[in-house]
Design a binder for this molecule. Sequence first.
Ligand code: HEC
Ligand code: HEC
Length: 358
Amino acid sequence: MGRKIITNGLLLLFLGGCILNTGERWNTERPHPADHIKEIPDLYPLPDSLRNPGSFTLSQMALGQKLFFDKRLSANGSISCASCHKPQFAFGDSIALSLGTGGYSTQRNTPPLFNLFRQNRFFRDGGVARLSEVALSSMNEIHELNLPIDTLVRRLRSIPEYAQDFNRVYKRMPDPYTVMQALKSYQLSLLSGSSRYDRFRYRKDSTALTPAASRGMKLFFSEATFCTSCHNGPDFTDGLFHRNGIPEVGRPDTGRARISMNWGDYARFRTPSLRNLSFTAPYMHDGRFNTIKEVLEHYNRAVLSNYSNSLPSDSHNLPSDLPRTGRVLTTAELQDLEAFLKHLNDSTFVRTPAESTQ
Ligand code: HEC
Ligand code: HEC
């Protein structure tokens, strides 16, 4: 109990730091983004470099944090990375498509950001191979920040506080490389591994799961569902691209085929993590499902062979990659499965709305 209060206090201090950070000189005494790593069980698989970052890494993370929340990173100063990747929604967004500069909508649902060190391809179609390059693409994108990196670098150089920060951290003026490195370092510090499930799995705390979640966990890892054929590993994703049986509705999205140029990859999307689902609705690449229940009902229908007959007339069914091994679950089983998925939420990772107003 006592420890919890102290931890929350630290978290609040840190969050306060985030808000004050915008447009203000970074103060080295402020609690650091990496502070919540202490909540993650020791057995949870984390690289040493992230569990115990050195002081250079810490200073890069803090500079990256400042950039991430700074609206001066967009063409007209109206949005920052955090306007779409919102801390209180596990660095995702709560609407199907986010709004970029000039009121443009994004083409896809904004993915949440955490445990990116495990990800080797970025974007829902895997179109970007390196984390440091994601920022570039979002700067150039007219639907997003719409501010090319050379313009951004010129802007940062003219802001004395950034000139000082970059000189202190990198011993040089802001340039495309250091801006991308700082943003990357901050994003690597977004680690989520202290859900109730993690307490059960990595702290061996048998009280961490409710009876319903425990039943749901057995279903999840069993052949009654087919979930772990794609949602596996520490983050519940195989990192590969699949069609999970959702029909094509509205504007078509070619998915992985856009990158691989292989028609067989049409409408395949990267398997998303199942951590923090309570914070990351709506779901799928286009945000079509609003609740976990709707998602589970989709999978439950998808095991039926006559599923395609029950689709609305304006949708188009695609061949799915779902293995046909599952069975239709009862309402009680669906509730158990949902209870299990909710035990993958990590509330220490997610900030409250008041703490992330950027
Ligand atoms: C207008 C909303 C918006 C803004 C602003 C924005 N992003 Fe994104 N971000 C998205 C969307 C949408 C995607 C998914 C793109 C896709 O899959 O095609 C994305 C994808 C990403 C990814 C890949 C995540 C994954 O799991 O594949 C990272 C990392 C990321 N953004 C970081 C950033 C950074 C850093 C900034 C600021 C420099 C930024 N974003 C600004 C909407 C935004
Ligand atoms: C064939 C691989 C595959 C299987 C099997 C599978 N999924 Fe998925 N799942 C995916 C893909 C791919 C997506 C993302 C689709 C998209 O972006 O449109 C997804 C999305 C989801 C989402 C939404 C996550 C988000 O952030 O949008 C949930 C929840 C989910 N799956 C749960 C499950 C459960 C529970 C099972 C077992 C009943 C299951 N999945 C079986 C591949 C699979």
